[in-house]
Design a protein around this ligand. Sequence first.
Ligand code: G
Ligand code: G
Ligand code: MN
Ligand code: NA
Length: 254
Amino acid sequence: HQELERMRRALQHGELRLFYQPKVNMRTGEVIGVEALIRWQHPEQGILAPAEFLPLVEQSSLIVDIGEWVLHEALAQLAEWSQQGHELSVSVNIATRHFQHIDFVARLQAILAEYPGVAPGRLELEILESVALEDVEAMRAVIAACQAMGVRFALDDFGTGYSSLNYLKQLPAETLKVDRSFVRDMLDDQEDLAIIEGVIGLASVFGKEVIAEGVETPEHGVMLMRIGCDHAQGYAIARPMPADSMHDWLKGFE
Ligand code: G
Ligand code: G
Ligand code: MN
Ligand code: NA
């Protein structure tokens, strides 16, 4: 496939970039971490968003190579930020096909070993709720093996994946990431607000953290804090930015 060949070359030629978006505790003002978000610095078309190239890549094993590049890049960046005095954690999105790769755990362990200065607890993997629901036993074993190394998990786009409430009881992730579709309409739509409140209530019973994504205005932030969701990510706080902008942003946010 010609498009895939182009992507492989983009990876080899160093055209992929990670942007980072801060996640904050709105109540304490603390930066709890950053989410790594891939971009393609295309030689002619400029910066391309993942929607423009990832869906194709996800249909091939190239997603494993790109996913491993993302892990390396994010961990190297954490090490660099450490040297600048910023002890951050990073969340990395893991494609389903990558996560289901037979060698996922061993290769993750090998990658982490290359960054001895970065504690595994500072890496969070974002997987889709639907992944954790697929082949539950096998996925739970993979998640548990990663957690045994210290790596944390967040269920991304939470609320869109049809988890049964019973399933929530054994959900292996530390964090639930409320899908931005609920957050977007929560100020006008009582039902979306109720869904977020429900997730927060369940999370607290099960000892899980909740973060709201897609927090676009201060009003959203105020309402989220009112209903007990202190962790937020979204344009109201910061847009995804290149790594070298993070130092200045952190200084300004303090
Ligand atoms: O950054 P943006 O909002 O355009 O990201 C769109 C989607 O692409 C998000 O759903 C996000 O989970 C996904 N995505 C972003 N970066 C990565 C990445 O490094 N790996 C994978 N597998 N998905 C990513
Ligand atoms: O699916 P995932 O949660 O990984 O998606 C993250 C995506 O959401 C990134 O592509 C990021 O650019 C985008 N994003 C981050 N903050 C906001 C926001 O406040 N509003 C909207 N609409 N998108 C956001
Ligand atoms: Mn995500
Ligand atoms: Na999401």
